[in-house]
Structures are given as C-alpha cells and as structure tokens.
Write a protein that binds this ligand. Structure first.
Ligand SMILES: *[C@@H]1O[C@H](CO)[C@@H](O)[C@H](O)[C@H]1NC(C)=O
Ligand SMILES: *[C@@H]1O[C@H](CO)[C@@H](O)[C@H](O)[C@H]1NC(C)=O
Ligand SMILES: *[C@@H]1O[C@H](CO)[C@@H](O)[C@H](O)[C@H]1NC(C)=O
Ligand SMILES: *[C@@H]1O[C@H](CO)[C@@H](O)[C@H](O)[C@H]1NC(C)=O
Ligand SMILES: *[C@@H]1O[C@H](CO)[C@@H](O)[C@H](O)[C@H]1NC(C)=O
Ligand SMILES: *[C@@H]1O[C@H](CO)[C@@H](O)[C@H](O)[C@H]1NC(C)=O
Ligand SMILES: *[C@@H]1O[C@H](CO)[C@@H](O)[C@H](O)[C@H]1NC(C)=O
Ligand SMILES: *[C@@H]1O[C@H](CO)[C@@H](O)[C@H](O)[C@H]1NC(C)=O
Ligand SMILES: *[C@@H]1O[C@H](CO)[C@@H](O)[C@H](O)[C@H]1NC(C)=O
Ligand SMILES: *[C@@H]1O[C@H](CO)[C@@H](O)[C@H](O)[C@H]1NC(C)=O
Ligand SMILES: *[C@@H]1O[C@H](CO)[C@@H](O)[C@H](O)[C@H]1NC(C)=O
Ligand SMILES: *[C@@H]1O[C@H](CO)[C@@H](O)[C@H](O)[C@H]1NC(C)=O
Length: 504
C-alpha cells in the first residue's frame, strides 16, 4: 500500500504539472491543505478495505468530472467505505478537478486507519466505515485563526455582519453555498466570506452547522483571517480576496443565486417539466400500492396522469436541489435520446421539493421476472429470447456509439431490462448514467490518470465503464440463455456457476 501510494503520488504530481501547464483557467484551485485528521481505528481487512476504497474513489472521480460533489458507498460490514467529496462552489469545474485530484492523493496516507477528513481551501473529502452523511457537528470540529495581522473593532463588526449574511444566503439560494464581500467603513479594508455545507445535509442541519460555525468563528475576530472546519460545513473569512471571480457564463450564473424556476426555463422543451403536484396526484400521493420497485438511484412508482396516460415515476434519493444544473443537463440530453430499445424519458419535476424523473410505463415488467421464473419463463420462446438479446445489444450500441454523446449505462442487469406488450426489450435506468463527449478534454484525461492504481486500460483510455457495460451484457446474455441468475461475485468471474452451467 505504501509503495502503491508513493507511485500514485508521483504519477499524480506529473499530471498536475501537465495540467497546470495546459490549463487556461485563471482561477485558483486553492489546494493548500488546511487540516488532515486520520481516525484512530484501523481497518478490519486490508484486502477488502483497499478494494472498496479504490472502487469508491473510482465512482467519485467519475462524478467529479461533471459535478462539484459526489458520494459513494462501497462494500459491507466493517469494511464499508462511505466517501464524500465536495468542491466549494466558487471553483470552476477545472479547478474543482484539480483540487479533487490533489485531495484524493492525500487519503492513502491515512492508511491503515479506516477513515479521516481532509480540508483543503478549495475542497473537502471524508471517508468512514459508517454513514456520516448527515453529521454536521462533531467533537473534532476545529477553528483556525490566521494569526498574523491584528484587526480592530470596525473590521470585527463588518466580519460578523458578512458572516451572518452568508449563513442566510447559503440557505436561501438552495445551493448550500454563499460568498460575500463587505467594505469596512472608515478603512480601506474589505472582508471576504465563504460558507458552504455538504450537499448531503438537510436544510435544517445545514443551518445548524453554519450557525455553529458563525459562533465558532468569532474566536478569530481580532485576526485578519478565520476558518471553521465542521463535520458538515466550511466557513472562512479573510481581509484578502481568496474567492474566485464570478464566472460570466450562463452555465454558472446560478451559482450563489440559484433559482429553480429560472433553471426550468433552460429546459429545451417546457413540456418536459411536470409540476410536482401533478406527479403527486398521479401516484396517489406516493401510495405504497403504486410502488413498482427500488433501484440504485431511487424508488419507482406507477402513476396515471389525468388524461389517462400511464407513467413510471422515479423519485431520486438525493433530492436536494444541489445538482440542479447537472440534473437539467441530464434531462435535456436523455430526453433527446430516442431508440426503440431504450425506455423513453418523458420529463422531470425539477422545481418541486424533490428531483423526479418521469418515464414511459411498461406494463410487462422486467426481464428478471421472466427468465428466473420457471412458469413465466415458458412464455419466452427461444425466438423471443434471441430477439430480446439483439434488442438489448442494439440499445447499447446506440448509447455507446453515438457520435455526439457517448452514454455509459453502468448498471446493465435483468431487472433493468423492461419488456413491452410484445416482449420487446427496453433498457431502463440510464437516466443517471454519465455521458462523455467523444473527444475528451485534457482535464478529464488528467482525472482518469490520477487513479494510479486502477486497471491499466482505465489509466490509458478512461474507458473502464464502457467495458463494464459490455461485460454486464455478457453476463445478462448467459442469464437469458440459461435462466440461471448471476449470484456469484464478480471477483470469481472466471470460475463462477454460470459459466460452468453453460459449459455443461
Ligand atoms: C475524532 O478524531 C479521532 C482521531 O482524530 C477519531 O478517532 C474519532 O473517530 C473522531 N470522531 C469523530 C466523531 O469524527
Ligand atoms: C472484522 O470484523 C468482523 C465482524 O465485525 C470480526 O469478526 C473480525 O474479527 C474483524 N477482523 C479484524 C482483523 O479486525
Ligand atoms: C480479508 O478478506 C478476504 C476476502 O473476504 C479474505 O480472503 C481474507 O482472508 C481476509 N483477511 C483477513 C486477515 O481476515
Ligand atoms: C469501523 O472500523 C473500526 C475499526 O476497525 C471498528 O472498530 C468499527 O466497528 C467499524 N464500524 C462499523 C460500523 O463497522
Ligand atoms: C458547535 O458544535 C460543537 C460540536 O457539537 C460543540 O462542541 C460546540 O459547543 C458548538 N458551538 C456552538 C457555538 O454551538
Ligand atoms: C499562530 O498559530 C500557529 C499555529 O496555530 C502557532 O504555532 C503560532 O505560535 C501562532 N503565532 C502567534 C503570533 O500567535
Ligand atoms: C487608505 O489608503 C490610502 C491610499 O493608499 C491611504 O492614504 C490612507 O491612509 C488609507 N486609509 C486608512 C484608514 O488606512
Ligand atoms: C445521438 O444522440 C443525440 C441525442 O443525444 C441524438 O439526437 C442523435 O440522433 C444521436 N445520433 C445517432 C447517430 O444515434
Ligand atoms: C404481458 O403482456 C401480454 C400481452 O398483453 C399479456 O398477455 C401478459 O399477461 C403480460 N404479462 C405480464 C406479466 O403482465
Ligand atoms: C452479478 O452478481 C453480482 C453479485 O451479486 C452483482 O454485483 C453483479 O451486478 C451481477 N451482474 C449482473 C450483470 O447482473
Ligand atoms: C439469485 O438471484 C435470484 C434472482 O435475482 C434470486 O431470486 C435468488 O434469491 C438469488 N439467490 C441467491 C442465493 O442469492
Ligand atoms: C472452480 O470451481 C470448482 C468447484 O466449484 C473448483 O473445484 C475448482 O478448483 C475451481 N477452479 C479454480 C481455478 O478456482
């Protein structure tokens, strides 16, 4: 592990230098380390722990390419990895990736301890073997004062007003982020403030965390700078401007003043936007009897619109509005994807209290209900099975080989293949799959490369996930042919029961 992490660090440093050279960004990724705390407890099993950690960072690395925030939960029992990472919202996407890449390499230094938190000035990361996502204060919270320059009463007064404003703004704009600057009357000084909660918190926890921080930070008030590092939030003020300039693009205009209705206008087609009340009514107020199932990203309900149309409604787990911009982009993209073997996304409810996706409803349910059931399986002749396999392959090819966007599903399995009335297959649940431009920017290459100890082909091409789809399709194909469920773990893929069954 020691050796591996040194190796990773070297690769990483090289990539950072390269990316700094090619970077045109004028922003500051603020990669200075403020605090790193490793827990005392030691992991339970190094083999499992390391494998889970690599998988968890792979997930967050993917997500951080398009988002300022990501969580991952990998593994079971005492070796479970709960990982959260977040960039402060004033960083550009490029700087966020740099900060993430940096913080990511610090973590292995906590090994063999099973968890820890790291605060950089531009981003945060925490790993534990339990779900800490809702924690907002802890005995380990610290306040760090920049103790080089003393400040007078006028500065203190402006600081406390700027901090109070930031707390209010972070909660009112739905982004859990606020930046502020305030002139100090009678002096040439300005105070700059940043406040941000982790996006996993509820609004009331975010409020409690920032209110706690705003009191803690008064400890520093006679100094020119202060930072509070809480379990659920970060706060900083300074007399020097550490904030990145407000981006001028419309993509970023919601930062600091996010408005859901405004975002909804960006939907290509307003008809994609379902009112929350419409959805609520269609599902009978989320009636249990309408529940169709539980997926990786949320719970699915059946709904009937007032015009009689049947819909499938997916209620996403992380339903804060935090990733609204990404969510809308995703909806725009996916709603333009149309193929006979893909479940059609009808739209979303994005400006209500939760993030909801609305799909076409397929009454015949999913493939797993047929192939693993002897009685129902008889309905599926070989001819039908072949057509199903070909249909799935066509859907996947469409997703993978599109010239404008390449979509990787990441979760191909029997229960994600829905069947229409004539048993034609439709791939479902690609709503949260990541899409990548076909020719990647240098930055995403850098990020792929930071995974020093990932599979070599992933390092070289960043295409692990696409291959994963093909691999999953292979497993699914065997399942369709044999009617035997894949219950063995992937780590024994070369000798699992399914493969043996096929060969006999
Ligand atoms: C506080 O920190 C110590 C060591 O730094 C760690 O063992 C402990 O688990 C932490 N507690 C919480 C609640 O994070
Ligand atoms: C790992 O955890 C399991 C279950 O909690 C326990 O039985 C086992 O002794 C632990 N192993 C080590 C090396 O701590
Ligand atoms: C760790 O887990 C792996 C996989 O379950 C197991 O083969 C190995 O024996 C475990 N190691 C220890 C020290 O318990
Ligand atoms: C987390 O790891 C520590 C140290 O191995 C262990 O004592 C603790 O029981 C684990 N927690 C959970 C929830 O498994
Ligand atoms: C902030 O939270 C910490 C940890 O729970 C607590 O010790 C401290 O007293 C709180 N501070 C205030 C001002 O509430
Ligand atoms: C400033 O803080 C650092 C670290 O907390 C400490 O080592 C140093 O002595 C402090 N300097 C002054 C002038 O208080
Ligand atoms: C403000 O700046 C000006 C010009 O730099 C200087 O002359 C003046 O003394 C400063 N005022 C205070 C209150 O520091
Ligand atoms: C690629 O996907 C876009 C939507 O993202 C769609 O409009 C276009 O028709 C697709 N092109 C091909 C060749 O499948
Ligand atoms: C699937 O659709 C066919 C044709 O409408 C119907 O006969 C069959 O009962 C349906 N199966 C299920 C499980 O709903
Ligand atoms: C096969 O089973 C393993 C373990 O249950 C699971 O993790 C994996 O997703 C399954 N693969 C497919 C393609 O269903
Ligand atoms: C294997 O998967 C099937 C279908 O998902 C499920 O019904 C069965 O209980 C699983 N068996 C085991 C041993 O997990
Ligand atoms: C494959 O599995 C069989 C029985 O399940 C076992 O006897 C054999 O040793 C395994 N082969 C390998 C290479 O692990």
């Amino acid at each position: 592990m020691k050796k591996k992490s040194t190796h990773t660090t070297l690769i990483f440093i090289t990539l950072i230098i390269i990316s700094l050279l090619v970077s045109k960004s004028k922003g500051d990724a603020r990669t200075e380390i403020i605090e790193m705390k490793c827990d005392e407890g030691v992991h339970n099993n190094s083999t499992l722990f390391v494998a889970n950690f690599i998988r968890a960072t792979e997930i967050t690395t993917n997500e951080m390419q398009t988002s300022h925030f990501s969580t991952a939960v990998v593994g079971t029992g005492p070796n479970t990895n709960y990982l959260l990472t977040q960039c402060y919202e004033d960083l550009s996407s490029q700087d966020c990736m740099l900060c993430y890449a940096q913080i990511r390499t610090y973590f292995p230094t906590c090994f063999p301890h099973s968890g820890g938190r790291i605060y950089l000035d531009g981003c945060f990361m925490r790993l534990q073997n339990y779900s800490f996502f809702e924690e907002y204060t802890s005995p380990n919270d610290t306040t760090i004062c920049g103790n080089t320059t003393r400040k007078g009463a006028l500065f203190q007064e402006s600081t406390s007003r700027a901090v109070a404003n930031a707390v209010t703004n972070a909660l009112s704009n739905g982004d859990y982020f606020a930046r502020g600057e305030m002139l100090v009357m009678g002096t040439n000084d300005t105070v700059y403030v940043l406040a941000e909660c982790w996006k996993t918190l509820s609004p009331s926890s975010c409020r409690a965390c920032l209110e706690n921080a705003s009191i803690s930070i008064t400890k520093c008030s006679s100094w020119s700078e202060g930072r509070v590092l809480n379990a659920g939030c970060f706060m900083r003020y300074s007399d020097t401007n550490f904030l990145n300039p407000m981006p001028a693009t419309s993509r970023a205009s919601h930062r600091g003043s996010y408005d859901a209705e405004e975002m909804a206008k960006n939907l290509k087609d307003i008809s994609l936007n379902f009112k929350y009340s419409t959805i609520e009514k269609a599902t009978g107020n989320w009636d249990e009897s309408n529940k169709l199932g539980q997926g990786g990203f949320g719970t699915v309900y059946k709904g009937v619109l007032s015009d009689g149309r049947e819909i499938a409604v997916k209620r996403l787990f992380y339903n804060n509005k935090f990733r609204a911009a990404d969510f809308y982009n995703e909806v725009n993209m996916i709603s333009s994807v149309e193929h006979k073997n893909l479940v059609r996304l009808l739209g979303c409810s994005c400006s209500g209290p939760e993030s909801i996706l609305v799909y076409e409803y397929l009454p015949n349910m999913s493939l797993d209900l047929f192939i693993f059931d002897e009685t129902k399986g008889r309905d599926l002749s070989w001819d039908k099975r072949l057509k199903i396999i070909i249909g799935i392959a066509e859907g996947l090819v469409y997703l993978h080989e599109n010239t404008t966007t390449r979509i990787i599903h990441r979760d191909i399995k029997a229960s994600n293949i829905l069947l229409d009335l004539r048993f034609r297959p439709k791939i479902a649940d690609f709503g949260l799959a990541r899409s990548f431009p076909v020719d990647k920017s240098h930055v995403s290459t850098v990020i792929a490369g930071t995974l020093g100890y990932m599979a070599p082909e992933y390092l070289a091409h960043g295409q692990l996930t696409e291959k994963a789809d093909v691999y999953s399709f292979g497993v699914l194909l065997l399942e369709v042919v044999t009617g035997v469920a894949n219950n063995t773990s992937k780590s024994t893929e070369h000798n699992d029961s399914l493969v043996s069954t096929v060969s006999t």
